[in-house]
Design a protein around this ligand. Sequence first.
Ligand code: SF4
Ligand code: SF4
Length: 247
Amino acid sequence: MERVNEDGSTFLQEGDTVTDRSVTAEQLGGFLIAVFEEWVRRDVGRVFVRHFDAALANWAGAPPGSCVSSETCGQALALEHNGDLYSCDHYVEPRNLLGNIRQTHMIELVASDRQRRFGQAKLESLPRYCWECEVRFACHGGCPKNRFVETLDGEPGLNYLCAGYKMFFKHVDPPMRMMADLLRQGQAPAEIMTDYTGADRCRGIQFDRAGRNEPCPCGSGLKFKRCHGRSNALAGQPGQPQNRSGS
Ligand code: SF4
Ligand code: SF4
């Protein structure tokens, strides 16, 4: 997701226009859900997806380990080859230049009031719409670099990807609660894979009855043929043919 500036460049976090190759919020949401639905059935504890790990941490009340998923940020600074230190690697632009470590000790710059305010602004600049959002505890408004659209009532500062985040976090609420409960009981979140695939039938998710052009039963919003209907997408799930080649 990248913003395009008035002169056609993409150097500054300015304006509200994105490049043609940027993902839409709905595309991101659908993508995250489709990947999650694969992961939660087959790969928990084997494949680590930062966005999912951070979400689970937020559901479990632990530090998410990702600035984007945290309430505040400001600990992901960027150091250039010439010693220039910037507030964040998404903000390597003149107004976020903290200083140069050849003139000022890096610790001074990292611990400066200016950098503290940068990180605190992630929380303090949230629009009311986010404060009232039921998934704020997991989303925290996303990265400030993407907050350049208005809420429905005209308040600035909403994340361009909001609709996708909301789709994703609402969709994963039940399995995240299950995994957080497992953690609290001292069990591995991977235990969910057995329950989740078994629960597919209870929830009436029947991949074998979905038409190729119908919405995928997993709820991703994608067509079945582009989601769980892809060849091999269901291999290894209960009631589905096993991939015996090991590939
Ligand atoms: S989902 Fe949207 S409204 Fe909710 S916290 Fe995230 S950006 Fe804000
Ligand atoms: S601005 Fe975005 S990428 Fe940079 S530290 Fe904050 S949340 Fe992370």
